[in-house]
Design a binder for this molecule. Structure first.
Ligand code: ZN
Length: 135
């Protein structure tokens, strides 16, 4: 097993629940930042250990790469969004944007959830209760 750690250019994207605020966090658009990229590489010998294949030394693929995992972490260990404090995502690529296939706007569900939340909040205020009582 080999572990390679290096600091590379990456992206930070706010992961806040968009339906819980009236506007998008400025961090919703991916922002460039340095990230730690940790790559863990395992060989077939690592994978077959304990099953005899590697112990005999006869496995011709023992040193061939079997698989690898890549972890991306913030350089300073801080996973929070600097704009709003919500957890942020750290990636090697910015948030992708996909071709629109639906006639419905992609933010329609967020728009509806924000509207429902605002109506619920208004009905909780004294002014909102008076309006309902009068109406
Ligand atoms: Zn944020």
């Amino acid at each position: 097993m080999r572990i390679d750690t290096e600091i590379v250019s990456g992206w930070r994207t706010c992961g806040a629940d968009r339906t819980m605020s009236d506007t998008d966090c400025p961090g919703y658009e991916s922002e460039p930042c340095d990230v730690v990229r940790e790559t863990i590489t395992r060989t077939f010998g690592d994978r077959n250990r304990g099953q005899g294949a590697g112990a005999t030394g006869l496995d011709p693929f023992a040193n061939a790469e079997s698989d690898s995992l890549v972890y991306v972490r913030p350089v300073n260990g801080d996973y929070t969004c600097p704009h709003c404090g919500a957890p942020a995502n750290f990636t090697l690529e910015p948030r992708p944007s996909y071709r629109r296939l639906s006639p419905t706007h992609p933010d329609e569900l967020v728009r509806r959830a924000r509207g429902e939340r605002q109506r619920a909040e208004q009905s909780m205020t004294p002014a909102g209760r008076q309006r309902r009582a009068a109406g």
